[in-house]
Design a protein around this ligand. Sequence first.
Ligand code: AMP
Length: 223
Amino acid sequence: MRIILLGPPGGGKGTQGGLIEATWGFPRISTGDLLRRAVRDRTPPGLKAEARMNSGKLVEDELVLELVRERIARGDCADGYVLDGFPRTVPQAEGLEALDAGRLEIALDIAVDEEAMIQRLSRRLVCPECDAVFNPAVRETKQSGACDVCGAELVRRPDDAPEVVAERLKVYRDGIEPLLAHYRNRNTLVRIDGSGSVDEVFSRIQTVLAPRLQNRTAGRGVS
Ligand code: AMP
């Protein structure tokens, strides 16, 4: 099963993807995380992507597709995976289908209102070491300013600055309709109300996924 999470930046895709991973064992693949790691490691794709990421623009399709190709070829994806932040364009969606044809698919469009989203982005902190994401508005970390997972000092993402958020939103709005149409045509699109608490949203996702994933528990089961 390939689970695709669509929705605006700050709309909860990462959090919900993490819960899907914990519940059913499909690894969550965030192209934002893969790219940030590449930037941090100063790899050639990272160096190429950095300026566009910092200004809130999309990175080239070919570069992102290559990162996804490498990631889904790993053994832990054999049964399926959750995609967070990918695809963002129709060519990426088509590229993915060519890379991994014939896999069962569902695209969840997590719909949130813009005010809620901007609020979330303005408060969130990320761990530069392990990519964990925290939001003090939702839940305080055990030790203020430190990562609950690895203890590193939390930072703000450079692209969560208000002017970059505005650009990311514009990029999202410009690209989302053709992508939704693409998945509507494939008959794999399901809209999820993204309002309310993390648990409320996850329970809506569970209602959609559970019948499709009967017999599966974290790390094992049917594909
Ligand atoms: P995210 O963590 O998903 O918000 O992504 C952060 C930034 O990484 C985006 O603003 C883009 O610059 C870049 N990025 C992440 N995923 C993609 C993608 N699928 N296609 C193009 N650029 C991406």
